[in-house]
Design a protein around this ligand. Structure first.
Ligand code: ASP
Ligand code: MG
Length: 416
């Protein structure tokens, strides 16, 4: 393997801002069929014509990734993670190759690259690899040759030279990592919604689009049910100061900016959103040492969320996707445990919470008026989260959205 001179990731923060570099990421619905791919190609050519050095990160078309995963399990009950990554990384390559063809037809130059060719180096954990380095030499060369560069999202090459994937939704992380490595002005995330909302608009018709959200708020939102951005991409953006703009592929409208907290975020609205999940994996464990328990979970790469100790019992939540790994870890300990079923989670999130007292009071009054019994309350300086029975989740979200007047214009935040 030839060695190449690259900057390791810790130096990313020092990347020279190269003015006019734009990373544009398009999600699965945005490239869902041939016409949509051609529309994306047009947008990229326009962005290039406007004077930007354009790097596009594409997701797989529509449900391609789901279909590939299903295919794997039709062939084998327990596919080897390495082979699964080989398979599901293909979806993004299809989108990029097709988009490059469409760009050529518009008379511009483009080159599609796999994650590996683009220099995305990861650790060796298949299925949820972490990016450890971005070796962007080839991208720079292509940009210098006046090409639009299309990078397959959601994948990289491991330090053992195997193809890895970054976990579901991982194209967001590819885009942010590239924006950091290239010193891009901003990372635009094009999607099928208009931005980040005060609540899920399918559930709360009066939900409003937020103009600006801080990294911390977005981290809490992504961790507690907002699907619009992958959690790890937000972490990466915060750590490297990458400005994110989440916006619609299908309109020219401004979306939501995710940036450093600024004073207006604290003044305008106390709360920026109410998020929810309908399925949570919550475990109650007794008869084991705390340190041993969390050691075993860490060894299984399970990242525990809420932890509460009541008497001798330890209650904790973990990602639903990690259920099998969690159960295996618990099974290996000398303990009694059970999973508590039928729970969902509701979270009230806002940077303004730090400076406005009374948020908890209003939250719990609202729950009392609804007759909803919250369970396992967990807080951070900008979040109050609690578990409720699955059947109470939706009406709780609607009532809290109302209680904090999130449908009113006041809930909007200026950003400039
Ligand atoms: N195609 C991958 C997924 O469906 C990655 C992505 O779209 O971000 O999870
Ligand atoms: Mg996504």
């Amino acid at each position: 393997m030839a060695t190449t001179q690259f900057e390791p990731l810790p130096d990313l923060a020092a990347a020279e801002p190269s003015l006019g570099t734009l990373v544009m990421k398009f999600g699965g619905t945005s490239v869902g069929d041939p016409q949509k791919l051609k529309d994306v190609a047009r947008r990229l050519v326009d962005a290039r014509a406007a004077g930007n050095r354009v790097v596009a990160v594409l997701s797989a078309m529509g449900d391609t990734t789901d279909d590939l995963v299903r295919l794997a399990y039709e062939v084998s009950p327990l596919p080897k993670p390495r082979e699964l990554d080989m398979l599901i990384s293909v979806g993004e390559r299809i989108s990029c190759a097709l988009a490059a063809m469409a760009i050529h037809d518009l008379g511009a130059e483009a080159i599609s690259l796999t994650g590996s060719q683009a220099g995305i180096v990861t650790d060796t954990v298949h299925g949820r690899a972490k990016i450890v380095d971005v070796r962007a030499r080839r991208i720079h060369e292509a940009l210098d040759q006046d090409r639009i560069v299309l990078v397959a999202g959601f994948q990289g090459v491991s330090t053992d030279f195997d193809i890895t994937t970054l976990g579901r939704g991982g194209s967001d992380t590819t885009a942010v990592a590239l924006a950091a490595a290239l010193g891009a002005d901003a990372c635009e995330i094009y999607t099928d919604v208009d931005g980040v909302f005060t609540a899920d608009p399918r559930l709360v018709p009066g939900a409003r689009k937020l103009h600006a959200v801080s990294y911390e708020e977005m981290l809490e939102m992504a961790a507690s049910g907002a699907k619009v951005l992958a959690l790890r991409s937000v972490e990466f953006a915060r750590n490297h100061g990458v400005k994110l703009h989440v916006r619609s592929t299908f309109t020219g409208e401004e979306g939501t900016w995710i940036t450093e907290e600024d004073e207006r975020m604290l003044e305008k609205a106390m709360i920026s959103g109410v998020t929810h999940t309908l399925e949570e994996a919550v475990y109650r464990v007794s008869g084991t040492d705390r340190a041993d328990l969390f050691d075993a979970l860490a060894d299984a790469s399970v990242s525990v969320d809420t932890i509460i100790q009541t008497g001798d019992d330890i209650v904790f939540s973990a990602p639903v996707e990690d259920r099998a790994a969690t159960e295996a870890a618990l099974g290996g300990l000398d303990s009694n445990w059970e999973e508590r079923a039928h729970l969902g989670k509701v979270s009230v999130i806002g940077a303004g919470m730090k400076s406005h007292p009374g948020i908890a009071a209003r939250t719990f009054q609202t729950l009392r008026d609804l007759g909803v019994e919250p369970d396992l309350v967990a807080t951070s300086p900008i979040k109050i989260a609690f578990y409720v029975s699955q059947r109470d989740v939706e009406r709780t979200v609607i009532a809290l959205h109302e209680a904090f007047e999130l449908s009113s214009v006041e809930a909007e935040r200026a950003h400039g």
